[in-house]
Design a protein. Structure first.
Length: 293
């Protein structure tokens, strides 16, 4: 299987405070129809911190059911509790996911040796392809290029990374340390075009929730080496990329999806609804991208 292309970190739709299963099933089907290559349920954008364990597992299972044969699924399986991360990774495999996305442990502030031991425990416990998710802006801890290279060499099922550091030197340094077969996804929409120029092969994206076709076209252009075409698409998408993080994600992208009639804009506390000013910026960006009139 080729893990590449546009891979939205899926929102988890809510209605009246509960997981909206019907909206989620329709949303996954729409994503795949629009050209999305793969899916990540229960990542940060899926509000994993406020999902119950039962909801977490249901979202993964339903995503796999809806995606069968149409796109790959990399299930969010991270935790700052190693035992819980092992449990979620085992569930990802049992549910039929193609891989697991495991975030660097947050809040605990582990050392590099602690981060290595965390991933080693998961890789030993579950025989499933694992992507290491580095997002220091959320976790405080950051996995170093050297630690990630060590993991990639020591465990055959640690096959790639989602890097949301926005450090565009990193994919080149990681490729030299881990080898050209190590898969690198951007986790930062605004710099995803440049990330691919440094050897990346896809983006686990927030924006692709609301603009799946444009994001898929951009990724396909970079994979063909057509950076001129990709740059034109980038210019359409950049205001939307910027708007997605004016308030904590996934508030802006859920509002963008609500403008398309895909879901309610509801988020769970401690996240709160968007301010009117940010709503206007998101709406204007959607118009700029040609997604609404």
């Amino acid at each position: 299987m080729k893990f590449q292309g546009s891979i939205p970190a899926l929102i988890t739709p809510f209605k009246n405070g509960s997981f909206d299963e019907s909206a989620f099933r329709k949303f996954v089907a729409w994503q795949l129809k629009e050209g999305t290559h793969g899916l990540v349920p229960v990542g940060t954008t899926g509000e994993s911190p406020t999902l119950t364990p039962e909801e977490h597992k249901a979202v993964v299972r339903i995503c796999v059911e809806e995606a069968k044969g149409k796109g790959f699924v990399i299930a969010g399986a991270g935790s700052n509790n190693t035992a819980e991360a092992v449990e979620y990774t085992k569930h990802a495999k049992a549910a039929g996911a193609d891989a697991a996305l495991v975030v660097v442990p947050y809040y605990n502030k582990p050392t590099q040796e602690g981060i290595y031991a965390h991933y080693a425990a998961i890789a030993k416990a579950v025989d499933i392809p694992i992507f290491v998710y580095n997002v220091p802006g959320r976790t405080v801890a950051s996995i170093s290029v050297e630690t990630l290279a060590r993991l990639s060499h020591d465990f055959k099922n640690i096959i790639g990374t989602k890097d949301a550091s926005a450090d565009l030197t990193r994919p080149s340094r990681q490729r030299l340390a881990s080898g050209t077969g190590f898969i690198q996804f951007s986790g930062e929409d605004g710099t995803a075009l440049g990330f691919n120029a440094h050897g990346g092969t896809g983006c686990i994206s927030v924006t692709a929730n609301a603009a799946p076709k444009l994001c898929a076209q951009l990724q396909e252009a970079t994979l063909k080496g057509d950076y001129a075409a990709a740059l034109k698409l980038q210019d359409k998408l950049m205001p939307l990329h910027h708007a997605m993080f004016l308030e904590p994600s996934p508030g802006p992208v859920k509002y963008a999806c609500s403008l398309l009639g895909l879901c309610e804009p509801d988020v769970r506390l401690p996240l709160v609804p968007l301010t009117d000013g940010v709503k206007k910026i998101v709406k204007d960006a959607m118009i700029h991208a040609g997604l609404i009139s």
